[in-house]
Design a protein around this ligand. Structure first.
Ligand code: HEM
Length: 229
């Protein structure tokens, strides 16, 4: 099938799954901002997205998107390297227009996935999964016990630890680079590639990625500072 066999088809799969993931993180970031204003409000949203059938269906769909995006990234990188053969080592001067992020999308993506695994352990495992397992309280060590539906308490606990703050900020930096290139590159692949729009999308990508990552980082820093007061 075209989406497997042609190189354009494979890039279309990367682009569509990438754009769907950008949509998800947009909602996720907006939802997280609620925690800054109201713990009760945030927990209400978490309850809505907890161990309900529709939230579980969304989780499975999301896992599918991440898997396809990741698997295709491996496949495309492998095919590109095969096509270039030894030439990749002979090239010393790279075109100026090619930004650093575009050259390092695969490595950035790997950091994003590793951070995501840590993140899913911190939150999804302790919240949605703990609820599925009918746990009333999760033992976070050091005597801290948190109810699986108390998302605001998990955020406050996680970002009171400086090493989590550092790890999350590094992860968010990698995601910022990955998004700045991925967003406009996806639109270019999908055909929005005339000279005027490519420049516009590039600027929009930088602004949009900065807003998303800035929103996530604000939550991290906000709760760290709050834990010090
Ligand atoms: C300040 C940063 C972040 C905070 C405080 C945060 C918070 C949370 C919380 C509380 C949950 C569990 C929700 C529940 O199970 O009810 C969650 C799940 C999740 N987060 Fe984040 N998140 C952050 C950043 C991110 C980023 C940057 C990504 C993507 C790259 C991400 C991807 C996910 C995914 C895929 C899930 C699982 C969703 C599901 O179960 O359907 N998160 N996050």
């Amino acid at each position: 099938m075209w989406l497997f066999t042609s190189s354009v088809g494979r890039k279309v799969v990367m682009s569509v799954t990438g754009l769907a993931l950008i949509l998800f993180i947009t909602f996720h970031m907006a939802m997280n901002l609620v925690a800054i204003f109201s713990a009760e409000g945030y927990n209400m949203v978490c309850e809505f997205l907890g161990a309900n059938w529709y939230a579980l269906v969304a989780t499975v769909a999301l896992a599918g998107l991440v898997f396809i995006h990741f698997a295709y990234a491996f496949w495309l990188t492998w095919l590109n390297r095969q096509a270039r053969g030894n030439q990749r080592y002979a090239v010393t001067s790279k075109p100026k227009a090619v930004e650093w992020a575009s050259q390092n999308m695969f490595v950035l993506g790997l950091i994003v996935i590793l951070g995501l695994l840590l993140h899913l352990f911190n939150f999804w495992f302790n919240m949605q999964f703990a609820e599925i397992m009918h746990k009333d309280l999760v033992d976070m060590g050091g005597g801290a016990l948190i109810a699986p539906h108390d998302g605001a308490a998990f955020i406050a606990y996680t970002f009171s630890k400086v090493w989590y703050v550092v790890l999350y900020l590094v992860w968010l930096c990698a995601l910022w680079f990955h998004l700045t290139h991925g967003f406009w590159s996806a639109l270019q692949t999908l055909g929005w590639n005339n000279q005027i729009w490519i420049e516009r999308w590039r600027v929009i990508s930088y602004v949009y990625s900065s807003i998303i990552i800035g929103g996530f980082a604000l939550v991290v820093v906000w709760f760290y500072v709050k834990s010090l007061l």
